[in-house]
Ligand binder design. Structure first.
Ligand SMILES: [Zn+2]
Length: 271
């Protein structure tokens, strides 16, 4: 499943190239997770002004209205002037004066949704509950600590929930908690201010590195046919159950939390 860094790298891969493009046609394939919400003809003639990101949504600002694109479980985006004819897993083609933007999504959990603006009900339904952006100035260490104080849930669940800070998915949640030395099962409200600061720093560090790494493997990622995989992550704990911890050599443990796998080192990560 594409996580925040993959979505951000996807954005960086076409945002500058599509800016200013005039929409010539929009072609839909099989139904995606949600309907487009407008007639495709309505989009014709509008211009793409910018591509932003909020959580795992790509926000494509048009001269009138916007498109919210989500990659779902298996979506990937390509943009170019000479794309091959749409295949059976290509479900959204936006043909513009500067190239075609295509959503390839074999499992069809992704979506492209039209909204008149970020404040309208359609957009708010998708974006309204999202927490602060981890790579933005608004992600403040003290405010993060105070938000954790209000949550009794295990810290891993709080991170995955996306309401406190958005975009820390399952892989990165295990990694940032290792980096911060915090046991994933620790109740969020029991995390001290200094430890919350470590976690805040770890979140920014891990996600920033993943985006930077993605930038260097962009070609492979955007050409991914079918499975939009994760970037090669030098995981410290994720998917390393039973293997020696890279810091202390104790075997990495694996548990289930909310039906998702969690990996941690019982020696390096304190409750
Ligand atoms: Zn360890």
């Amino acid at each position: 499943m594409p996580e925040l860094p993959e979505v951000e790298v996807t954005r960086l891969s076409f945002a500058a190239r599509i800016a200013g493009a005039r929409i010539e046609a929009v072609l839909m394939g099989k139904p995606l997770r949600w309907p487009l919400g407008c007639e495709v003809q309505q989009l014709q003639g509008r211009r793409v002004q910018a591509v932003r990101r909020r959580g795992k949504y790509l926000l494509i600002d048009l001269s009138e209205g916007m498109l919210l694109m989500h990659l779902g479980m298996s979506g990937s985006v390509s943009f170019g002037l000479n794309l091959p004819a749409a295949g059976k897993h290509d479900h959204f083609d936006m043909v513009t004066s500067l190239g075609t933007l295509r959503l390839h999504d074999p499992r069809r959990f992704g979506a492209v949704v039209y909204a008149s603006g970020e404040d309208d009900a359609v957009a708010q339904k998708l974006l309204g509950r999202l927490g602060v952006e981890p790579l933005s100035e608004a992600f403040d260490a003290l405010a993060f600590y105070q938000a954790l104080k209000r949550r009794k849930t295990a810290i891993k669940q709080v991170l995955l929930g996306g309401e406190t800070v958005v975009g820390v998915g399952n892989i990165y949640a295990s990694e940032v908690l290792f980096l911060a030395g915090i046991r994933p099962t620790t109740q969020a409200l029991r995390i001290s201010k200094p430890r919350a600061a470590l976690l805040h720093h770890a979140i920014r560090q891990v996600l920033t590195q993943a985006v930077a790494k993605g930038g260097s493997t962009l070609r492979d990622f955007s050409n991914a046919d079918g499975e939009a995989g994760h970037f090669q992550l030098d995981a410290m704990v994720y998917d390393r159950a039973g293997l020696p911890c890279k810091v202390c050599a104790a075997p990495i443990k694996s548990i289930r939390q909310g039906q998702r796998s969690t990996f941690y080192c019982a020696h390096c990560q304190k409750p």
